[in-house]
Design a protein around this ligand. Structure first.
Ligand SMILES: *[C@@H]1O[C@H](CO)[C@@H](O)[C@H](O)[C@H]1NC(C)=O
Ligand SMILES: *[C@@H]1O[C@H](CO)[C@@H](O)[C@H](O)[C@H]1NC(C)=O
Length: 264
């Protein structure tokens, strides 16, 4: 009994370490805005492995402003996003054909099904399959275009984050899963089949939503993340458990939450 309690507490502790990232809010000392600023145009790579408007639009809106200020922006994503009409100043390098999940055996069963953490595992497996070729494409594009800054969608886009880390370039992340960055006992996420607010939920429901479901997700993700680390080792990228977590420790992350999310 004692041992079981210990194992349980240990898993809670580990879970907290893995998922909880301290979101640093302006703790640095004040730096004057004109201090040692370098106004030369930068080469900026905006990357999303999967593409899709909900991933691309927030990043491209930022990229368009950077481009207006004289920086060179290149988009790396699948398909031919032809940003010409909406984002005429941003050129694209294609990562290959658009992913249509209806055409992919393991993913087509997810269409019309509620997206939860069990579905996430299929997407992660798919990410592993594409990882090596995507990593090479991001790396080649970054070297060929002398990239100074990466803006990466930070979920299921490990190649973008890993190439930035490998080339020791700064990266800015964008994601829409707040729980990964800032887990709290009073809120959850539909990905766990739970309500966003646990305010009026029973103890059992809170326990399920903040402990059991994240642990189940972790146990599903663990072997897939290990496979990804084997690939990282082969490609000379530093292994990490969750690459968006590494990003959060050293960089700027924008989180697109339930409020103000554009659905198109
Ligand atoms: C979530 O909240 C709704 C109403 O606010 C409630 O009916 C439901 O049982 C709650 N739990 C889940 C898992 O949806
Ligand atoms: C919880 O219940 C209170 C009182 O009924 C209500 O005012 C509040 O909006 C509820 N919270 C949620 C998230 O449903």
């Amino acid at each position: 009994m004692y041992k079981r309690n210990f194992t349980f507490l240990l898993s809670l502790f580990l879970l907290n370490i893995i998922f909880h990232v301290n979101v640093i809010t302006a703790k640095q000392d004040y730096v004057p805005t004109n201090f040692d600023l370098n106004h030369f145009p930068k080469n900026i790579l905006v990357g999303s492995n999967t593409g899709g408007r909900s991933h691309l639009k927030p990043m491209l809106d930022i990229a368009a402003i950077l481009s207006e200020r004289g920086h060179n922006v290149i988009l790396l994503t699948r398909g031919n996003y032809t940003p010409s009409s909406e984002y005429p100043t941003i050129k694209q390098i294609s990562l290959g054909p658009t992913i249509n999940i209806k055409d992919i055996k393991d993913l087509k069963q997810l269409v019309n099904k509620k997206f939860d953490f069990t579905a996430l595992s299929k997407s992660l497996e798919f990410n592993v399959k594409l990882y090596e070729s995507t990593f090479e494409k991001f790396k080649d594009a970054a070297i060929d275009n002398n990239i100074d800054l990466f803006i990466c969608y930070a979920i299921i886009n490990d190649a973008c984050l890993d190439v930035a880390h490998t080339l020791k370039k700064p990266a800015v992340g964008l994601l829409s899963f707040l729980n990964l960055m800032d887990s709290k006992p009073y809120k959850s996420d539909p990905i766990y089949n739970c309500n966003i607010s646990l305010e009026n939920e029973s103890f059992m429901e809170r326990f399920k939503c903040t402990v059991i479901q994240p642990l189940r997700m972790l146990s599903i993700m663990y072997p897939i993340l290990n496979q990804l680390n084997d690939l990282r080792n082969q490609l000379g990228a530093e292994p990490v458990f969750v690459s968006s977590k590494r990003l959060a420790q050293s960089s700027l992350i924008f989180i697109d939450t339930f409020f103000g999310f554009e659905v198109k």
